[in-house]
Design a protein around this ligand. Structure first.
Ligand SMILES: [Zn+2]
Ligand SMILES: [Zn+2]
Length: 426
């Protein structure tokens, strides 16, 4: 009998060959998505193209419009009702939404390609392998609307992640990184309603909604001294009145409120809402505070998956960043919410350009053939990591243990810290 580490190594090599064999159709898939950029929840062409891709591959069951109009699911493996014992369900996620005006400036066409490549490569190698120690299902979820709204959060609420044991995805960046911090975020819209009046003739008849907006902005600016260093509050005045000689009767602000852990977010939200409301009180305006439908959670970490991915990536020649400044850059993603329902990793990959995401230069880089080598290398590293946890069940057990611990640790973030409640009593 073949030694298990030799078996694993052999399968990893075969897997890389399988991905390389599909490289032309994968490049075309990515290119088609890149050349027809679509905004969040409107990714109809990308959805159709991915559904077509998996429908043309043998052995996949494809559910188009899966729970959301532009989401899909492709599955390979034993049927759900199979009596073959426990089946390990491995997920790969594809994003494919673009940004207004600048197309695929976040390179989500490459995320779709990585997900498709890794899933197809893993399936091909598993299919050709006799006597696997586990039964495997490979699931690809097409998750729309990462840039706006949070499609994965909608899908979680609708049960799309149930039954998955571990999930993988990778995001284009300007460097290879196993992990970059992703914080919790809730967006809020604040609207003030006042009363218009002639600003020179009889201003005393008016109720100035712009004054409320300015006070709101200043209240939050004053609050910053009492915020923790890693909290972030950033906003704009979206609507500030129409003409200087009319007392503004309507203004609107939009804020993003972020904390490193979702457990801390209610504390910041409560403080912010007090700022919004007190500005209304001071000016006599009415205020509407409307939080976005979906709250983005911070991303939990699973060291076992990270270590395996790093080892596989290095074997393929990846050079992971050690730049401390880069490793502190933080944003938010709906993959954070995924890590609270199933363990997984969301790695970052270099695409052959030093451009920053969300710039026109990055759009060009994401459509450039030069990105293909790096994209497929990332898909290989993800699929190799999937093989590691599939063929060594003790690793998957460890990941599941880390999942339980990470959630508990995150819930405990607030322990021993002020929740803002004492201020209410003083
Ligand atoms: Zn983005
Ligand atoms: Zn992105």
């Amino acid at each position: 009998m073949c030694d298990s580490s030799e078996l694993l190594q052999g399968l990893k090599e075969k897997l890389c060959c399988c991905i390389d064999e599909s490289k032309e159709k994968l490049r075309m898939l990515s290119q088609d998505i890149w050349s027809s950029p679509e905004l969040a929840y409107e990714e109809h062409k990308a959805h159709d193209r991915l559904v077509e891709f998996f429908s043309q591959e043998t052995g996949w069951k494809v559910d188009s419009h899966y729970k959301l109009q532009t989401a899909f699911r492709a599955t390979w493996g034993p049927p759900e009702s199979s009596e073959q014992g426990h089946v390990v369900n491995v997920g790969f996620l594809c994003e494919y939404d673009a940004l207004p005006g600048i197309g695929h400036a976040c390179g989500h066409n490459l995320i779709a390609e990585v997900g498709a490549a890794a899933a197809v490569g893993l399936k091909d190698v598993l299919e050709k392998t006799q006597n696997l120690p586990v039964k495997v299902q490979v699931t690809v979820l097409g998750t729309p609307a990462e840039e706006d709204g949070g499609g994965k959060i909608d899908l979680i609420k609708d049960g799309a992640f149930e039954g998955l044991d571990v999930v993988f995805m990778a995001h284009p960046s300007k460097e290879d990184a196993v992990y970059l911090p992703c914080v919790a975020d809730h967006d809020v819209s604040v609207k003030y309603h006042g009363k218009a009046s002639h600003a020179s003739a009889y201003p005393w008849e008016g109720v100035n909604a712009l004054d409320a907006a300015v006070l709101c902005y200043n209240n939050l600016s004053v609050l910053r001294q009492q915020m923790k260093p890693d909290w972030r509050v950033h906003g704009i005045i979206k609507h500030g009145g129409v003409k200087p000689n009319i007392i503004p009767d309507y203004t609107e602000l939009e804020y993003y409120l972020r904390t490193p852990s979702r457990a801390e977010l209610p504390v910041l939200k409560e403080k912010a809402v007090r700022c919004f409301r007190s500005a209304a009180e001071a000016t006599g305006c009415q205020v509407e505070v409307e939080f976005a439908r979906n709250q983005f959670d911070n991303m939990l970490r699973f060291p076992t998956l990270e270590e395996l991915y790093e080892r596989n990536g290095k074997d393929l020649g990846m050079d992971f960043t050690t730049d401390e400044a880069v490793l502190k850059e933080s944003g938010s993603t709906d993959f954070g919410n995924v890590t609270f329902v199933v363990p997984g990793i969301h790695t970052y990959f270099y695409i052959g350009s030093q451009a920053f995401n969300h710039t026109e230069e990055y759009t060009v880089a994401a459509g450039d053939n030069k990105a293909q080598f790096f994209t497929l290398r990332t898909a290989k590293a993800l699929a190799m990591t999937a093989l590691d946890v599939l063929l060594r069940p003790e690793l998957l057990q460890r990941v599941k243990q880390e999942f339980t611990e990470a959630k508990l640790k995150d819930e405990g973030t607030l322990r021993g810290q002020s929740t803002g409640q004492t201020e209410k009593q003083s």
